[in-house]
Design a binder for this molecule. Structure first.
Ligand SMILES: [Zn+2]
Ligand SMILES: [Zn+2]
Length: 377
């Protein structure tokens, strides 16, 4: 998931397309050097470590922290995640989170930057090389990005992104192996592009494959689907049906397999040492209730027990009386200008929630969301 084109016009379009083609050609050469034994083992391990660090930077940082606000992070963790995300070569955090919020809010419509209804090639890679649909620019105004503007880590990286990109995506991954293990500079450049090609294509599978698969345990009438094997490749981001229904859940799934969900394991570890806090989790009974009501029947617990049925009715009965409390709960995490922005959100596209603090989260889901690991805990 790179970013869509900015205001740079045709020149930017050409340079972005050139970079994408050039990176893939060089990456294939890098793969050739690796499989023909021309790259030393420490160099390969170095590349794998950087690939995983950048994957965590994307999944736990750009995605679950900044795009969805599914947890909060202390400054030291935000700086660490920003550095890890820059390693991926997928643009600034601000652009990444902006495009991703749009993707959730108006998924699979003209306002979705990588709209799957324009074809799998467009969704996987093409959207980074063509001008955006006018609806994308239009609907961007309906989403609040104040939290991103106000985060000094996001703002600083965005302002000096070219320098960050030059050092962390280009120079460091090329020059360290060049001086330590003495391959040719050309080989170092090729292997670095191989890292980009792997990182880009695996994370883009979340845009393409996860929007074409068919297993939809939580909501059957939306495009995103659960693809368990994909989670192994992209550190826990494959349960896309769950994720689009509950984007504010920091785990991105209710399946507790750490081996498939390294991003969740990382966030849990950070919470244990106090660097991550206010982790949002949707309780099991809420997930099952939703799966029973709107899923395709493939969720193993997609049935409502008599107790849960009673709970559901009680929740509906309590809706009006609890409305004030619910609003207080959610609004504490809203940005100040959310109400003004909400007024712009009118039109023909049905919006979905982009994350915690969004008005489109169903009221009962927001009310029952558990916020754990408070800052003082
Ligand atoms: Zn997401
Ligand atoms: Zn999606």
């Amino acid at each position: 998931m790179l970013r869509r084109l900015g205001k740079g016009g045709d020149l930017e379009l050409i340079s972005r397309a050139y970079h994408m083609v050039f990176a893939h050609v060089m990456g294939v050469q890098g793969l050739f050097f690796v499989i023909t034994g021309q790259i030393s083992l420490p160099h390969i391990i170095f590349g794998i470590v950087l690939t995983y660090l950048s994957a965590i930077g994307i999944a736990a940082g750009a995605h679950r922290l900044w795009s969805h606000r599914s947890y909060k992070a202390k400054l030291r963790l935000r700086i660490m995640l920003m550095i890890m995300q820059t390693l991926a070569g997928q643009g600034s955090l601000f652009y990444w989170a902006r495009d991703h919020r749009l993707h959730h809010k108006y998924s699979e419509t003209d306002a979705d930057p990588h709209n799957i209804s324009r074809g799998i090639f467009f969704t996987h890679i093409g959207w980074t090389m063509v001008k955006e649909h006018p609806q994308v620019t239009e609907k961007e105004k309906t989403i609040d990005f104040l939290d991103l503007h106000k985060d000094p880590v996001v703002a600083f990286q965005h302002k000096y992104f070219r320098i960050f990109d030059l050092i962390l995506y280009h120079a460091m991954p090329i020059l360290i192996p060049y001086y330590l293990w003495l391959p040719s500079l050309y080989m170092c450049v090729s292997v670095n592009y191989l890292r980009f090609v792997i990182s880009y294509n695996t994370s883009s599978l979340g845009n393409s494959v996860a929007h074409t698969w068919t297993r939809k345990p939580y909501q059957k009438d939306i495009g995103p689907a659960d693809v368990t094997w994909l989670s192994l490749l992209i550190v826990g981001e494959g349960w896309h049906n769950f994720h689009h229904v509950f984007p504010w859940d920091y785990r991105s799934t209710d399946v507790g397999l750490y081996v498939c969900n390294l991003a969740t394991a990382f966030i849990d570890l950070m919470a244990k040492i106090g660097w991550a806090y206010d982790l949002k989790t949707v309780p099991d009974h809420v997930i099952r209730r939703r799966a029973a009501r709107t899923g395709d029947g493939s969720h193993p617990h997609a049935t409502l027990s008599a107790e849960e049925e009673g709970e559901k009715e009680k929740t509906q009965d309590d809706d009006d009386t609890n409305e004030k409390d619910i609003n207080t709960n959610i609004k504490t995490d809203f940005n100040e200008n959310q109400m003004a922005i909400d007024k712009l959100d009118v039109g023909d596209i049905e919006p979905a929630p982009w994350g915690w603090g969004d008005k489109d989260i169903p009221r009962e889901d927001a009310q029952e969301t558990v916020v754990s690991h408070g800052k003082s805990e």
